[in-house]
Ligand binder design. Structure first.
Ligand code: SAM
Length: 211
């Protein structure tokens, strides 16, 4: 059955020029956002706004998730590290895009959100995404190197550990700035940066995050 509200969100994201690729559009259909928000805000799941998921954290605005996913240029079979699992929605989108031969590792620092995101991913029967509790500002040595690393919280700097854990042709996507406004950067392993515009994210915590 067609999910009319999700279709209308997809149409909106195309009309504002954020949603461009077929594989991102397919992932949005396969992993509806309503499955990643608390029951109390489910009626707002398809609005293009961030929503509260508890513990002072939000599921990102759909336009932001789509802009980041497009910028990440995800391919089937890739190994991706996500920092800041939150609800698990972005994780699920990436898992759909890498397919059964790829894998997404995701780190979340708040134990309650580790549990929430794992439950959401399990309900959706997503097998190629693994969530761990930990400080993602230092990356995840165990499963390196990564084709892509995506940071979904605003950072005061570009942590060198993350660049070290990238494959030679890998991409790191990270919002960098102060507590209130960040610039989203696409960064190569050599440290070459592309500015993708201004965004507002919740702060990255941990060793290389905000104190
Ligand atoms: N993309 C997520 C989604 O689809 O729901 C939203 C992520 S939310 C904007 C940012 C997340 O980063 C929060 O859940 C926060 O707890 C987490 N976070 C902040 N600092 C972190 C760190 N050092 N390591 C891992 N997770 C962190």
């Amino acid at each position: 059955m067609v999910n009319v509200e999700n279709e209308s969100l997809i149409t909106h994201l195309k009309s504002i020029g954020y949603l461009k690729s077929r594989n991102v559009e397919k992932a949005l259909r396969n992993v509806p956002r309503e499955n990643f928000v608390p029951n109390s805000v489910r009626y707002m799941a398809y609005r293009d706004v961030p929503l509260y998921i508890g513990k002072d954290q939000t599921i990102s605005q759909p336009a932001t998730v789509v802009a980041m996913t497009e910028a990440l240029d995800v391919k089937e079979g890739q190994t991706i590290l996500e920092i800041g699992t939150g609800s698990g929605w972005q994780t699920a989108i990436l898992a759909d895009m890498v397919g059964e031969n790829g894998i997404v590792y995701s780190l979340e620092i708040i134990p309650e959100l580790v549990k929430f995101s794992k439950e959401n991913l399990e309900k959706m029967k997503i097998k190629n995404a693994k969530v761990f509790k930990g400080d993602g500002s230092v990356g995840l040595e165990k499963h390196k190197p990564y084709d892509r690393i995506i940071v979904t919280a605003g950072s005061p700097e570009i942590p060198k550990e993350l660049l070290k854990q990238l494959k030679p042709d890998g991409i790191l996507l990270i919002p960098v700035g102060n507590l209130y406004l960040q610039k989203l950067y696409s960064v190569t392993k050599k440290g070459e940066k592309k500015d993708l515009g201004n965004f507002m994210f919740v702060p990255l915590k941990g060793k290389h995050g905000f104190k």
